[in-house]
Design a protein around this ligand. Sequence first.
Ligand SMILES: Cc1ncc(COP(=O)(O)O)c(C=O)c1O
Length: 176
Amino acid sequence: MAFRDEFPVLENIAYLNAGTDGPLPRRAVERAKAELDAELTEGRVMAHFMRRHELQEQLREGYARAMHCTPEEVAVTTGTSFGLGAVMAGLDLGPNDEILTTDSEHPGLLGPLIAARHRGATVRTVPIHQLAEAVTNKTTWSPPRTCPGSPARRSRPSSPRSTCRSSSTARRARAR
Ligand SMILES: Cc1ncc(COP(=O)(O)O)c(C=O)c1O
């Protein structure tokens, strides 16, 4: 079966959104339906609770394989916005930090950027195509880009953990 066949919607339309509402893979829908059917008839009691943990571990292991890291390094979040917000909240950003972002930032990160500004961090915005060049020795953090063709991602092609890498790359730049 071709990879494309996993996405039946592609038979009907050209699908250009790979973000929040990206195309659903057939296999994912079948698995989700099966889980919901089981919950419908068997309830959401202890076995369901254990199953949820088992599935979460499987998910973590799957991501770890795809990202060439260990399952312990994977945090499963409810979505990209929540994950980025949690990472930013944990970075302890303050008056000595400069966050570099772009004029095309996803709305999901605007709240965490405002919160960082309230904590005293400087948020600098540049046109997206100038992001890589705009990193200076003052830059302590730059949001990871999920778009594979974007400058930050292009400069670290083998970096699946782009959040950690982008912050550590910026810290290295600051140290120079
Ligand atoms: C950079 C970025 N942040 C946030 C989102 C939103 O994702 P989610 O709905 O998982 O929060 C996307 C979606 O494409 C994104 O590209």
